[in-house]
Design a protein around this ligand. Structure first.
Ligand code: SF4
Length: 196
């Protein structure tokens, strides 16, 4: 038989659940860096795309031109170009590009593509993921529309920041920094309107 204390405990639990749900719903949008609007996790639509920090930069060319020979990055970039409002969740480590990739080792959770020749690549990629998020003022799990995210990148990541803070650990940085500026320009322009 329920005592008055049991009933009171149950009511408090129900009230706590209600308040928690209400606060999640009212917090559907939160302020992100520079006033860009992050989309709270509770409000994430199901089409959210998960991208690791350094892949935000690897995707620039495909976003700008619509072309990529990479089997898993290309389709993700096409999806973003077709719907620039799609929410992107930023992460450190495996994302929607690595997970289906033939080079991804699920058991060891690392990329095997250049493992023998460049054993430091995985560690350096994780460093670049973390650097990218730090420079953007974001945390792993933060979500923002693709168009806003790339506008934020353009504001926050100059060529110097790209080379000296984001991709500083990557062995390809000297090559990539030469084309960074036109590629971020083209990506932001491409995301200003949907492309089929
Ligand atoms: S598994 Fe390696 S090659 Fe494949 S997308 Fe990830 S980092 Fe690139």
């Amino acid at each position: 038989m329920n005592t008055a204390n049991d009933r009171s405990t149950k009511l408090s639990a129900t009230r706590r659940d209600f308040l928690r749900t209400a606060s999640m719903l009212t917090g559907a949008a939160a302020l992100c860096p520079l006033g860009f609007r992050c989309i709270a996790r509770a409000a994430e639509p199901s089409q959210t795309i998960v991208i690791r920090g350094h892949h935000l930069f690897d995707m620039l060319d495909a976003l700008g031109t619509g072309k990529s020979s990479h089997k898993t990055l290309g389709p993700v970039a096409q999806k973003v170009r077709a719907n620039p409002k799609v929410p992107i969740k930023v992460v450190v480590g495996v994302d929607d590009i690595c997970a289906p990739c033939e080079w991804w080792d699920r058991a060891k959770t690392h990329c095997t593509k250049s493992l023998k020749t460049y054993p430091q690549d995985n560690e350096n990629s994780m460093t670049s993921d973390k650097n990218a998020l730090r420079v953007l003022g974001m945390k792993a799990g933060d979500t923002m529309s693709a168009a806003d995210l790339y506008r934020l990148i353009k504001v926050k990541v100059t060529k110097k920041v790209f080379a000296e803070e984001v991709c500083v650990a990557c062995r390809l940085v000297n090559r990539c920094k030469k084309t960074y500026e036109p590629r971020i320009e083209a990506a932001v322009k491409a995301l200003a309107e949907p492309h089929s």
